[in-house]
Design a protein around this ligand. Structure first.
Ligand code: SP5
Ligand code: ZN
Length: 358
């Protein structure tokens, strides 16, 4: 019996609450961090209050996840918190989370072969590219649960649902094939893409409306002709994460030439700039011939969000939902950012309502 609701079906796992980063080390300073478990609690309460059908995840093996990520990254995330705890960093220096201090960048190695370091505090920098994205005892369980949530939502869509919402945290779009960062560990949106591809959808487009550029997702599909990556975000050239990528001149290479599209916006942009730019992205992916959509649904473009200078309103998010739903493509919505707990629920619902059937 089909559950008639103003929202699409929602998939959630309480295991996603077990990631408690506890802090974010930014410019060397320990800050409280905004990617907190309460984000998922707020979203769950909001979708329940809106009458959504909420399903638990199915347990999947790593097959699709390994299409996205290097097995070394998965092994690292699975084991590093235990290794850190065994290394006694808590009693030695008072640090109970895995925090890197040195990164084997191309500039450091300068052509020399890198050996695998034995110290856990050195290994911490091998699969990670910033100091903000801490690993604790529940991080792997939560990030892996978010992958199962995503795969379950994708399966609803490949089984015929018009749309499904993966209520995920930690977010994923900054995670590259072999490095985590930007509060992201495993790239849920990329996993959704690969699940749709595996089910036989030939051309899949990602529309990433998170306030930040999804550098991880773009990188995973950079050379892929079968996946279009389109993103709307605050201009990284204006001083915003991820700083080094997310510019309009990045359009893909090789077989993927022309299947990346970035729309960076100046800080302070609101509905009047954001919505026309989103309309442009939707036109792009339709012109490219997308047969299914993955929406990287961050709502940190909201005015007042502590992590972004964009000024989108709740009505703006409602219009965005209509724009994304209008083509009628099978759609997996995967949650990314959104850090103002007072607006997170309503802005997300505003987008999701366009995908309900009541
Ligand atoms: C998924 C997602 O939205 N990730 C966002 C990562 C951006 N984090 C940048 C953090 C920069 C410093 N944060 C301190 C904010 C103080 N207002
Ligand atoms: Zn973001």
């Amino acid at each position: 019996m089909h559950h008639v609701s103003a929202l699409p079906p929602v998939v959630f796992s309480a295991d996603t609450l077990r990631h408690e980063p506890g802090a974010e080390i930014w410019v060397g300073v320990r800050t409280p961090g905004t990617e907190v478990p309460d984000r998922a609690r707020v979203l769950l309460e909001a979708v329940q209050a809106a009458g959504a059908e909420v399903l638990g995840p199915t347990a999947y093996d790593d097959e699709v996840l390994r299409r996205v990520h290097d097995p070394g990254l998965l092994d690292h995330l699975r084991t590093v918190a235990d290794d850190w705890a065994a290394g006694d960093y808590l009693s030695l220096v008072g640090q109970d989370r895995v925090v890197p201090y040195v990164f084997p960048t191309p500039g450091m190695l300068d052509g020399l072969p890198a050996h695998q370091p034995t110290a856990t505090h050195a290994r911490a920098g091998v699969w990670c590219y910033d100091t903000m994205t801490l690993v604790g005892p529940g991080t792997w369980t939560a990030a892996r649960a978010a992958v199962d949530v995503t795969l379950t939502a994708a399966a609803l869509v490949t089984d015929g649902a018009r749309a499904a919402y993966a209520l995920t945290r930690p977010p994923g779009h900054h995670a590259t094939r072999r490095a985590f960062g930007g509060s992201c560990y495993l790239n849920n949106a990329a996993v959704a893409v690969e699940a749709l591809r595996k089910s036989g959808v030939e051309r899949v487009a990602v529309v990433d409306v998170d306030a930040h550029h999804g550098n991880g997702t773009q990188a995973v599909f950079w050379e892929r002709p079968d996946v279009f990556y389109a993103s709307l975000h605050v201009d990284p050239g204006a001083g915003w994460f991820p700083h080094f990528v997310g510019y309009a001149d990045e359009t893909g290479v090789g077989d993927g030439a022309g299947s990346t599209h970035n729309a960076p916006l100046p800080p302070g942009s609101g509905d009047d700039e954001w919505l026309p730019a989103l309309h442009g992205l939707v036109e792009k992916v339709l012109g490219w011939g997308a047969r299914a959509l993955v929406v990287s649904l961050g709502v940190d473009a909201a005015g007042g969000d502590p992590e972004s200078p964009l000024e989108v309103t709740t009505d703006g998010f409602r219009v965005a939902g209509s724009m994304l739903a209008a083509p009628g493509l099978p759609t997996v919505l995967v949650h990314e950012g959104g850090y103002d707990l007072s607006r997170l629920g309503m802005d997300t619902i505003a987008v999701l309502e366009a995908f309900g059937d009541a």
